[in-house]
Design a protein around this ligand. Sequence first.
Ligand code: PLP
Length: 392
Amino acid sequence: MKVNYLDNNATTMVAPEVMEDMLPFMDTLYGNPSSMHTFGGQVHKHLNLARQRTAEALDCSPEELIFTSGGTEGDNAAIFAAVNSQPDKRHLITTRVEHPAVLNTCKYLEGRGYEVTYLPVDNSGRLNLEQLRDSLRPDTALVSVMYANNETGNVYPVQAMVEVVKERGILFHTDAVQVIGKFDLSMRRLPVDFLTLSGHKIHAPKGVGAMFVRKKAPFRPFILGGHQENGRRAGTENTAGIVGLGRAMQLAASDVSKENKRVAEQRDRLEEGLLNSVEDARVNGDRRSRLPNTLNISFKYVEGEAILLTLDSLGICASSGSACTSGNLEPSHVLRAMGVPFTHVHSSIRFSLSRYTTEEEVDQVLNNLPGIISRLRAISPFGRDREPQAAC
Ligand code: PLP
């Protein structure tokens, strides 16, 4: 069965150009980039090229980049850099809708005596700038706000937020994992101290990423050992992965607006088609400020898992709002923070498209999903007459 992959916020296919660039580093070019010999030096040159390409895509200097194992490491490294370099500051600010890589790191720090303010969001998942301003304290070590949410696709006003925070001389980190390749980011214009990105969300492989650390930002290495990455991230480099990331960053930056316009048109066609053909469907998130590729939609009276399994039997890959983050049946913390009603949280599905998504793939969902929903509603324990009362 042909796979119809509409789960690109979870991970993406490795682009053919990326794969082609990476292959020699798993075959003939296996030298250690730290070695003194010419063979190692050749590999080192390719790491430099990947750093240069990533820097160009982010409009920053190559020295401001550290290659990592991905988004989770970057988020951890930024938060620990901020707290470890300012031991007298014991307060952090983040949001209720961050990825677990940020939320669980903050929870860990709470267990070590730090205070964390979790900014709330409204019913559309929007943050309030005034609430951020009011939460800033003289002992705030870091504000960490994601650029865009992986579940709803909501895009946050990071530019405005960072300006408010920098006025007070406080460090700012943004998890930009879902935004790279969808918006043009310039580190010259966006005055964040730390930014995290991940390869596997932008058609590079899993297990590689990068973080931007502004020249003047305090940094303490999160992984200790050898001198790699200028002594800021120890461990022999994932050379194939880094080369792939560099190429993927270059590809992502080359066609941002053209590709995303097309992706947004496909997403909008999917959204309109489903809203017009399925009763009691609603979009979760801020339709005015959203990633071009993401649609989070609830179909009241049916379980998201049942929809996913039926789609899966047709080869269609998507995610559900009740199990996607944890692998258990906990409802999504993002939709709960937005106050989405119980019936809608449990019936939510996330479709996330990519530049490889075709019109036929969108058609396949539009042709099948309305029928799937009516069949599931007919047999659902959450049927219209038996709506559950619990709130979450
Ligand atoms: N941050 C966000 C917003 C994400 O969507 C993800 C991955 O789902 C991560 C961080 C973690 O990235 P990685 O899988 O590269 O560790």
